[in-house]
Design a protein. Structure first.
Length: 434
C-alpha cells in the first residue's frame, strides 16, 4: 500500500509534510482494522510491521478480554502563580477531584484513562462493570455501550438513533473510551491515532495559558511562555479587568508576534459592552481571537458582533447539535471543540465541511487525558489552530511517567502503541483521595 504525502498550511505557519495513514477512512472498529492491514503491507514501513507482528494478539492469534478495572480518585493542585493573581482569588477548579482508571486484560496488557473534573465515583463504577469481559479487538470503537447513562434504554432496538444519543453517554464515557483505545493500540502495536483514521500531522500547535491575572503577572507568564518556545497565549478575563494596561504589558514583554486568545467565558455579557471594549483594543496588534465573548445561547448576538469587529470570533462547543446550529447561524469564524476521541474527530469533520478551522479545548487536565486530545487533534485535518494542552505546566504533577513533549510551540504526537504514555503509580498514590 502506498503512503500519501500531504502538505498543510496553518495560519502563518508552514506545517511539515507528514505521511497520511489513509488506509482507514474514518473511525472504524479494530476488527475491521485487521482486514485493512494485511501483514506485510502496513503503512509506516518495516518497523511498524514488526511492532504489530510482535503484539500478543498477532503472535498468538487469540482474543483479549478486560478482566478488572482499577479506580483512583485524585486531586492535583495547580502550581502557584500559573493560573490567577492573588487579588482574583484561588483557582477553585483544582479542588475538584478526577478519577484515574486502569483496565486489566487476560493478555497482560493495560489501558489507562482519566475522567473530567467532577465525575461521580458511582458513574465510574457503573461504566467499569459494563466493560468486564469486553474484547477491545471486537468492539466498534466509534460508539461504546457503557452502563450508567440516563435514558440508555430509550432506543431499545434502535441503537442507530442519534438525535438524543449525545445526552445519553455515561459521564465517565470518555475516560473508558481512551483506555480502550490505549488497549486496542497496544494489542495491534499502533498509536491510538491510527484507530481514528491516521495522523495528518506529527506535531500539533499549542499556546501557553493563564487564568485571570494582573498586568505584571500576565506579562511575566507571557515572557515565560515565549522563553519555552510558545508563539501565543490564551488568557481568561472579565469585562471589568484593566484591559489596556494588561495588553500593553504583554506587548511590551514579548512583542506583537506573540498572539493572544481572549477568553472571558461569556463574561463580556452583552454585545454593547463587548463592542465598546473591542473598539478600545483595536490599536493592539497582538489580539488574535475573541473566544466566547457573550452568552452562547444567543447566536444572533454572535452574528451581530462577528460583523462588527475585525478580529475572528470563536465559539467553544462540544455537543454536535450546538455545532450544527452555530454553523447554520454563521455565528463564528472558528471553533474550540471538545468531546471524546471519536466525537472530537466527528465534530472537526462538521466544522471542516463548513470551511472553518478549529482547535482542541481543555479543562486544565492531567497527562492521560491530554494525550488522548493529542491523538484526536493529529487525526483531524482542519485542527490547525493552537490547542489548549496546558495541564503539564499548571498542575503540580501530570501523573504520567514521561510528560508530553513540547518543541517550539508544538506538542509532539506519540508514535508508541496506544496513547503513548505510562501511568506513574507513585504520583497517583501521592495525590489520591480514595
Amino acid at each position: 500500500m502506498k503512503l500519501l504525502s500531504l502538505g498543510c498550511l496553518e495560519p502563518s505557519v508552514q506545517l511539515d509534510r507528514v505521511r497520511s495513514r489513509a488506509y482507514i477512512a474514518g473511525v472504524r472498529s479494530v476488527a475491521s482494522a485487521y482486514a485493512i492491514w494485511p501483514s506485510a503491507e502496513k503503512p509506516g514501513g518495516r518497523r511498524e510491521a514488526a511492532i504489530v507482528a510482535a503484539s500478543p494478539l498477532r503472535r498468538q492469534g487469540r482474543t483479549m478480554k478486560i478482566t478488572q478495572v482499577d479506580v483512583w480518585e485524585v486531586i492535583v493542585p495547580t502550581r502557584p502563580g500559573t493560573v490567577t493573581s492573588p487579588e482574583y482569588g484561588p483557582a477553585d477548579f483544582d479542588r475538584v477531584s478526577k478519577h484515574i482508571i486502569r483496565l486489566h486484560t487476560d493478555e497482560g496488557i493495560f489501558g489507562i484513562g482519566e475522567t473530567y473534573r467532577g465525575v461521580l465515583r458511582e458513574a465510574v463504577d457503573r461504566a467499569a462493570a459494563s466493560v468486564i469481559d469486553l474484547d477491545p479487538t471486537k468492539t466498534a470503537l466509534q460508539y461504546l455501550r457503557l452502563s450508567g447513562a440516563e435514558g440508555s434504554m430509550r432506543h431499545q432496538g434502535r441503537d442507530w438513533e442519534v438525535a438524543h444519543s449525545w445526552l445519553e453517554e455515561s459521564p465517565a464515557y470518555d475516560a473508558f473510551e481512551m483506555a480502550i483505545f490505549d488497549l486496542a493500540g497496544k494489542a495491534l502495536g499502533v498509536p491510538a491515532h491510527y484507530l481514528l483514521g491516521g495522523a495528518y500531522r506529527n506535531r500539533v500547535p499549542v499556546d501557553y495559558w493563564i487564568g485571570i491575572q494582573n498586568p505584571e503577572d500576565a506579562a511575566r507568564n507571557a515572557r515565560l511562555g515565549k522563553e519555552r518556545g510558545f508563539r501565543g497565549m490564551k488568557m481568561k478575563c472579565t469585562i471589568d479587568d484593566p484591559w489596556e494596561e494588561r495588553i500593553q504589558a504583554i506587548l511590551d514583554a514579548v512583542g506583537p508576534d506573540f498572539k493572544l486568545t481572549i477568553d472571558p467565558n461569556e463574561r463580556f455579557y452583552r454585545p454593547s459592552e463587548f463592542l465598546s471594549l473591542a473598539r478600545r483594543l483595536e490599536r493592539f496588534p497582538n489580539i488574535a481571537v475573541y473566544e466566547d465573548p457573550v452568552p452562547k445561547w444567543n447566536l444572533d448576538w454572535y452574528r451581530q458582533i462577528r460583523g462588527a469587529v475585525n478580529v475572528p470570533i470563536a465559539l467553544h462547543l462540544q455537543p454536535p447539535h450546538q455545532i450544527f446550529q452555530a454553523i447554520k447561524a454563521e455565528a463564528c469564524d472558528c471553533m474550540n471543540l471538545g468531546g471524546g476521541m471519536t466525537q472530537f474527530v466527528k465534530n472537526a469533520y462538521m466544522v471542516e465541511a463548513a470551511g472553518m478551522l478549529c482547535w482542541h479545548g481543555s479543562g486544565v487536565d492531567l497527562g492521560i487525558l491530554e494525550h488522548s486530545y493529542l491523538h484526536a487533534v493529529a487525526a483531524a485535518r482542519n485542527c490547525v489552530l493552537p490547542s489548549d494542552f496546558v495541564g503539564s505546566w499548571t498542575r503540580e504533577d501530570d501523573l504520567i511517567v514521561e510528560p508530553m513533549r513540547f518543541e517550539k510551540g508544538y506538542a509532539i504526537v506519540p508514535d508508541k502503541p496506544g496513547l503513548g504514555c505510562e501511568l506513574d503509580l507513585d504520583a497517583v498514590e501521592r495525590y489520591r483521595t480514595r
